[in-house]
Structure formats: C-alpha cells, structure tokens
Design a protein around this ligand. Structure first.
Ligand code: SP5
Ligand code: ZN
Length: 342
C-alpha cells in the first residue's frame, strides 16, 4: 500500500497545550508522524510518496471562507496584537450571548472560530494544515484512480474540525475534504468510519443533513469524554441525512470484545447503505496505553481491525487522526494496514 507523507506537516511545532489547567508540551507532536513513517519503512508496507498540491478550493468545499481566512491569518494577527504566547482562545459566543456577529479583534475572532482551548495556534499551523489536507487528497485520489488502498500520514489530524471551528488538535477536516473530493470525482456514496477514541464531531456536523456521506463513529461516551457536546447515540442525521449518521458511544475501559461488536454493526450499516468508497479516520488512541484516552485495545487488536475492514471489499483510504502513545503509534497504525492487506 502507498503512503503519502510530507515533511511540511512538521511546520507545526506548538509549544503549549492547555491540559488540566497547565500549559504542557502538546500530545499532538511532529514525532508522531516520524515514528509512523519509521514503521512503514521497517515493515516494507510500500512506497512513500509526496502529496500533490490541490490549493484551497477542496478546503472551501467543506469549510467556511471566513474560517479558512482566519486560520491562514491567525498567527500573524495574534502576533500583531502584541501577545506573547501561542494563540489560545479565552472567550466564546457562549449560550447566553450572540453568535451571529464575527468580532474584529483577534481575541474575539479566535473564540468565534474555536470549539476548544487545548489547541494553540502557532507559526506554521496553517502550512501544516495545508500539507495535511493535500496528503488526504492525494491518498484518496490514488484510491479513486486505481481502486488501490492508500495511507495518508496526515498531521495535524482533522476529525474535530467543523465547517467553521478548530479544536481537538484539528484545523482542516482531512476526511471530510477527501470525501467531498471523491464525490466531485464521481463517487456516489462515501462511508467515513471513525475509529479514533474521540467522537469525530466535525465530520458529523459537516455531513449531518446529507445522505451521500455515511458517517459512523466508535468513541468514548461524550457524557465522560472529549468533545463532550456531540457524539450521542440518538444523533442519527437530519432531513435526507436521517439514518446516515451512526454513533457508538462506549464507556471508559471498553476492550476489543465490546468495541468490535460496535465495529461489526457499523460495517453492516456501511454494507447496507451501498457505499462505493471507504475512508477510515484512523486514530489509534483507542490503544490501552494511550495517555489521554480510556479504551483498552491492544496492538494485536489493531491488526484484527484491519482484517475486518478488508472484509468490506471496498476501495479504502486510511487517514491518520489521533494516537498519543508515541512509542507504539507506528506499530498500532501500521498493524491496521498490514491486517488489511493480509
Ligand atoms: C484528534 C484527536 O485525537 N484529538 C483529541 C483531542 C483531545 N483533547 C482534549 C483531551 C483532554 C484529555 N485530558 C487528558 C488528561 C491527561 N493529562
Ligand atoms: Zn482522538
């Protein structure tokens, strides 16, 4: 299987993440990509290619123009305001205020376009996000062209990014951008299966009222897990999208026996919906030793996940999302891919 990778993902090297009331070194760090790449080489998974550049139009097909302009300018605007640290929001259009006027001051704009405060914006963030979506677009293009599976070594991840909000380490929604691109290139219905520990709130929001993208997500129950405000089982889609959103919230401590029953149900729904392309939002933070997550999947379970995905028999593109046990991130991510190919 081909892997798509760019050194430009390393342009984002944030120094700060707001975690438990402290600023810590971010969990979502450039080493993640380097370690997965090492494992791809070690296992001889296949060639590693640079992405092509697709520009902004596929981004604007799923994200709001004002939001994209904000991400592009945020760091410069923040610095121009004379702020010392990395850009972190501190005020939001919360329930009791107005959310229909975009502020001019960077502090207000930052809150308007943010859904969480753990994710700092720093120099190189926009450039890395651009590289990450180009990796996703190149990988899905490869799958569309010849039916072959592909792996997009995306970073920053994408699934928390909504049409006009960043957070959860995500800026552009790589899977949503790739799905929309596939539809523009003739795919009829795309399945996005999200196996990251966290609910893919951004992907769900983008496609919630549509039946041309089926979104299914297995994740920590939002009653106790980030992102807290989306991902419940009763969110099944709206309008013509009714039935095309499936959430599997699972309790902390969930291991592969329970997790894989939800997986099999999601796979059955994908089969039933007649999808012609599978995008896997491949977070490996469901791993038992992940530092910020609460599921109990083992490294071998990731191999079995790959095998079950192959059982669908669909053209498949894998896009990296989360996974913060950096020592094992290469093993776990590549186990899914080798399991798929076995
Ligand atoms: C793509 C992805 O996996 N994003 C995850 C973002 C989660 N951010 C907030 C996590 C807060 C968890 N706090 C853990 C405490 C460990 N000190
Ligand atoms: Zn995650």
């Amino acid at each position: 299987m081909l892997t798509f990778h760019s050194d430009a993902t390393g342009r984002r090297r944030a120094r700060t993440e707001l975690d438990e009331g402290r600023l810590v070194a971010p969990y979502e760090c450039p080493e993640r990509v380097e370690l997965v790449l090492d494992r791809v080489r070690q296992t001889g998974l296949g060639d590693i290619r640079e992405p092509e550049t697709f520009g902004l139009s596929p981004v604007l097909a799923v994200h709001d123009r004002g939001y994209v302009d904000f991400i592009a300018a945020c760091w410069d605007d923040w610095r121009a305001a004379g702020h010392a640290g990395e850009a972190i929001p501190s005020i939001w259009p919360a329930r009791t205020m107005r959310g229909d006027v975009v502020p001019e001051h960077i502090d207000g704009r930052l809150g308007y376009y943010a859904l969480a405060a753990e994710t700092s914006i720093c120099e190189g963030t926009f450039e890395a996000a651009m590289a990450s979506k180009d990796i996703a677009l190149s990988a899905v293009s490869h799958t569309l062209a010849g039916g072959e599976p592909a792996f997009g070594l995306c970073r920053p991840p994408g699934h928390h990014a909504a049409s006009d909000q960043f957070g959860g380490y995500c800026f552009f929604n790589n899977a949503a951008i790739a799905a929309q691109h596939a539809l523009a290139r003739g795919a009829r219905r795309v399945a996005i299966l999200d196996v990251d520990f966290h609910h893919g709130n951004g992907t769900q929001q983008i496609f919630y009222a549509r039946d041309d993208v089926l979104f299914a997500s297995l994740h920590g129950d939002p009653r106790t897990c980030f992102p807290y405000f989306l991902g419940h089982a009763d969110e099944t889609g709206r309008g013509r999208g009714e039935g095309f959103n499936r959430n599997y919230p699972l309790p902390p401590g969930t291991a592969f026996d329970t997790w894989s029953r939800a997986l099999d149900d999601a796979l059955a729904r994908i089969r039933e919906a007649g999808c012609d392309l599978l995008l896997v939002s491949l977070g490996v933070d469901a791993f038992e030793h992940d530092p910020i997550s609460a599921f109990k999947l083992t490294s071998d379970d990731f191999t079995e996940l790959g095998r079950r995905l192959a059982g669908l028999g669909l053209p498949t593109t894998f896009l990296l999302e989360g996974g913060y046990a950096v020592e094992e991130i290469g093993l776990n991510a590549v186990n899914v891919l080798t399991g798929f190919e076995a």
